[in-house]
Design a protein around this ligand. Structure first.
Ligand SMILES: [Zn+2]
Length: 284
């Protein structure tokens, strides 16, 4: 039987799996989560409301009184230095039906967060998971390139549209460890690349007393780190966007990489790295 004649994307180092985390609201419990993630060398994106940073607040959620106080702006650069900071709206407002006010919520949040971190802030997580066509238009106008929903897919597919990026699951999902095992040890059809995208709020670990769930998850996946690219949301967006810009000859045997990123692919069973700005002959 002839091999599958497609150019298959591989992640950096020729890896077939990537893991990313996404945590919202910039709460004080992020300190413990970041310490844990750093210990396992796992990376993620923290979606912050710049207008609510440094706020002291408690809230009753699910009948449980929980501290949802947030980190101060001054703490942001050091706390999240191994991770990515992204927008979550200035004041955690639902942006649907807001018209141009949504644009302001995002642009102002970007600007305030970019005063704290050295890179352009291009990611977003939808407050309350809410969006519509108007919000998508405002995100594009504000220069946002990828945005997380709250719809769990229980799957490991890369998003077709990064502005409606559905996560694999929430950390409180009863299927979490079964999905982790499937992700780390299972093989995808045709060897296609797989992404595990986990999300949540760090205050939930205090609410439900389940920090051990995260510890177990991180310990398990990090046991397979030789086969997993640990990356922030932004790094995955950057890599996949670059990969989608590869230019092939008509016979598919030579490929030009017009980007600034070394890109990996598999063609008829052979793995190649295409240097940034370079052209490569593919084997087979
Ligand atoms: Zn939120």
């Amino acid at each position: 039987m002839p091999g599958l004649r497609i150019h298959t994307m591989l992640f950096p180092g020729g890896k077939r799996r990537a893991l990313t985390l996404s945590y919202d609201d910039g709460v004080l419990q992020d300190r413990r989560l970041v310490e844990m993630m750093d210990r396992y060398d796992v990376r993620g994106t923290f979606n912050l409301n710049s207008g609510l940073l440094g706020r002291k607040e408690r809230m009753v959620l699910d009948g449980i009184d929980v501290d949802i106080s947030t980190v101060s702006p001054g703490e942001v650069p050091a706390l999240y230095k191994n991770h990515e900071v992204a927008t979550h709206g200035v004041r955690h407002t639902a942006l649907t039906g807001c018209g141009a006010a949504a644009l302001r919520e995002i642009l102002e949040d970007r600007a305030a967060l970019e005063a704290l971190v050295p890179y352009p802030v291009r990611g977003h997580a939808y407050p309350f998971g809410l969006y519509d066509d108007g919000v998508l238009a405002m995100l594009r106008a504000a220069g946002i390139c990828y945005a997380r929903t709250v719809r769990s897919t229980h799957a490991f597919d890369l998003p077709g549209d990064f502005l409606t990026w559905d996560p694999t699951c929430h950390h409180g999902d009863p299927e979490l460890m079964a999905l982790a095992e499937q992700f780390c040890t299972g093989e995808a059809l045709f060897g296609l690349p797989r992404l595990f995208y986990l999300w949540g709020h760090a205050y939930e670990f205090d609410m439900y007393g389940n920090w051990d769930v995260m510890e177990s998850f991180l310990a398990y996946v990090s046991g397979y780190r030789d086969r997993i690219w640990m990356a922030s949301n932004g790094e995955i967006f950057h890599y996949v966007s670059a990969w989608r810009r590869l230019v092939y000859t008509a016979d598919g045997r030579r490929v030009y990489n017009p980007t600034d990123t070394e890109l990996w692919l598999e063609w008829l069973g052979a793995v190649s790295a295409i240097p940034a700005g370079g052209t490569a002959e593919l084997e087979n």
